[in-house]
Ligand binder design. Structure first.
Ligand code: NAD
Length: 277
């Protein structure tokens, strides 16, 4: 089936420079109809992030929809908070009502609230887990029945290199991102099991795959408040000597989302400039 018949939902697309934005564009460029979403039209600032230098003409996901349409693609928007189960289910419902199908789900929405464990409040912990980990669970759960029924689907969870290494001041973020490894692999196994039970040969054709992506340090709003001196230190740790670009992560998501990537499931894909070599 050509990608033009595919429909994707991508969360966390509200920022002008972000992995969600680039992923939506990459999927649209491959011919996929994309529903872009965020918690508010312009996204939400991380507690430690700023949006002060944002393009004043940027009005969030509506601008992204327009940009995709201007480039010849098909897109629409929906708003919702991924950490609220009912909202997650409603977004999936909206896609199904609008297009009658959901082929590709990209769980990209994420936040940071950085504090050392000694200073981290219960709320700091809960809020980050709620968006980064429960959010992915809620939407995947809402999408699963439909994907099993049709026997095809792609779920890509945006984890992080920090989920593999941990980081000072990011226990909540690291836990949420390594939690996505377990969710990804369990969901990948369950999807195959359920396809088999539904008498849809799990290894046949396009199938239903679930994978994760672990970006290293990517130049987006998420790194916006890190002082230049600290960024220099980070760059020095990256064998490629520079931060990643959102589109360099997006192309891996688009690759995993393609029909042809049918034999890849339960895997975690690093995009990190060689950070962990
Ligand atoms: N930038 C990096 O260095 C980096 C590295 C590894 C992983 N990541 C991950 O990539 C993903 C995208 O991050 P980014 O760098 O583009 O940052 P970003 O802050 O630009 O994007 C995150 C998006 O998630 C949205 N969001 C936050 N809470 C939400 C909620 N409750 N419901 C719906 N949407 C919500 C925000 O509004 C924002 O648009 C995140 O999951 C992040 O953890 C980023």
């Amino acid at each position: 089936m050509p990608s033009s018949a595919r429909v994707a939902l991508v969360t966390g697309c509200g920022k002008p420079v972000g992995i969600g934005n680039s992923t939506a564009r990459a999927l649209a460029a491959a011919g996929v109809t994309v529903v872009v979403s965020d918690v508010s039209p312009a996204g939400v600032a991380n507690e430690h992030n700023v949006q002060g230098d944002m393009d004043p003409n940027w009005i969030g996901i509506d601008s992204l929809v327009q940009a995709i349409v201007d480039a010849g693609g098909t897109a629409s928007a929906t708003l919702g908070n991924v950490s609220v189960e009912a909202d997650a289910a409603r977004m999936v419902d909206e896609v199904l009502r609008r297009y009658g199908r959901l082929d590709i789900l990209v769980n990209n929405a994420g936040v940071t609230i950085d504090r050392t464990v000694a200073k981290m409040t219960d709320q700091d912990w809960q809020n980050v887990l709620a968006v980064n980990l429960s959010g992915a669970f809620f939407i995947a759960q809402a999408a699963l029945d439909h994907m099993i029924e049709r026997g095809t689907g792609r779920i890509v969870n945006m984890s992080s290199a920090i989920g593999e290494t941990g980081n000072i001041g990011q226990a909540n973020y690291a836990a949420s991102k390594s939690g996505l490894f377990g969710l990804t692999k369990s969901l990948a196994r369950e999807a195959l099991f359920m396809l088999g039970r539904a008498e849809r040969p799990p290894g046949d054709g396009i199938g239903l795959t679930v994978n994760g992506v672990t970006p290293g340090y990517v130049a987006t709003d998420m790194l916006a408040t890190i002082p230049e001196k600290v960024l220099d230190r980070l760059r020095a740790q990256i064998p490629m000597g520079r931060l990643g670009k959102p589109e360099e992560v997006a192309r891996v998501v688009a690759f995993l989302a393609a029909d042809e990537s049918a034999y890849i499931t339960g895997q975690i894909w690093s995009v990190n400039g060689g950070l962990d070599m």
